[in-house]
Design a protein around this ligand. Sequence first.
Ligand SMILES: Cc1ncc(COP(=O)(O)O)c(C=O)c1O
Length: 340
Amino acid sequence: MLHTPSEGKDHVSAFNSKCMMSAIGNTPLIRLKSFSELVGTNVFAKLEYANPTLSAKDRIASYIVSKGLESGKLKPGGTLIDATSGNTGMALAHVSRYLGFDCVLTVADKASMEKVNSLKALGAKVVLCPSKVEPEDPRSYYSQAIALSQSIKGAFYTDQNFNPHNAEAHYCSTGPEIWNQMQGKLTHFVATVGTGGTISGTAKYLVEQDDSIQVIGVDAHGSVLKKYHETGIYDISIAHPYKMEGVGKSIIPGNVNFDIIDQFVKVGDLKSALRARNLAKKDGVWGGHSSGAALEAVFQMKDKFTPEDNIVVIFSDHGSKYLSTIYNDAWLEEKLYTNV
Ligand SMILES: Cc1ncc(COP(=O)(O)O)c(C=O)c1O
């Protein structure tokens, strides 16, 4: 499903690229035993942490790069640039190593230490930017990415927020995989929303197969998305800093297809962290903070489900990326104390 770029490559690197691309996608989908019992219905997790850099973003990085090469906008030897909370950066850095590109990433300074170090380990140049500034501020990680893509020769701005190939990657891969793994028997699809690529692309495919599937977006307290969905108003005054990475936004990304989302549920840092921790302890399924956020949203809605429902939840990334935050007892104790 994912494209394998080979333009300008010799046989060995083309072979390596092909091997790497084949490791992306076809992730497992499992039933969450203890959590299904807790909420009285059937909850399945699509384990996107089984991708090479432990997140769903491997799908979009390889797809966007292959489309960039196809269009000629990305040339051999070019530089990949994006604003990323870490996972897309890691996936882009990984792809750039195989295909011989440079990679420059602007990262909000709330990103975990593990993520920043992983980007550097994969050879990316990391530009840390303040997270407590508005998106239009020239210091924000969005503004910095745009400025760099205008000043670096051969730059290719992958633009995960507005590049339609982000959602398309999920339409071509995540959607069909879930449909086949569930043999068409799902009633609800739940995903945390950041750029919107995962929910919009996957849900588009699923709803095309069965338009009775309910699509639930998960937003963070401190993000503008839920209010925008319900009122059409972009209200930056409700935005405030929070810890969860990748979930929610202070902008309206072009990749969020608001029409396909039936409803948004808002969740907070602490309850999402506790959900992820509980699941890891009980079932050994080790999701990241946003995986806990998606479970917390299902928990909030539990009275709306019947025992026959089949709910598929995206586990966007792996818990090992959060050893200094949600899987760190000291971090959790501070959160419990401040109760945010
Ligand atoms: C950990 C994590 N969860 C969820 C998301 C949201 O996915 P999407 O950007 O496809 O909406 C992201 C995106 O950066 C993420 O990094």
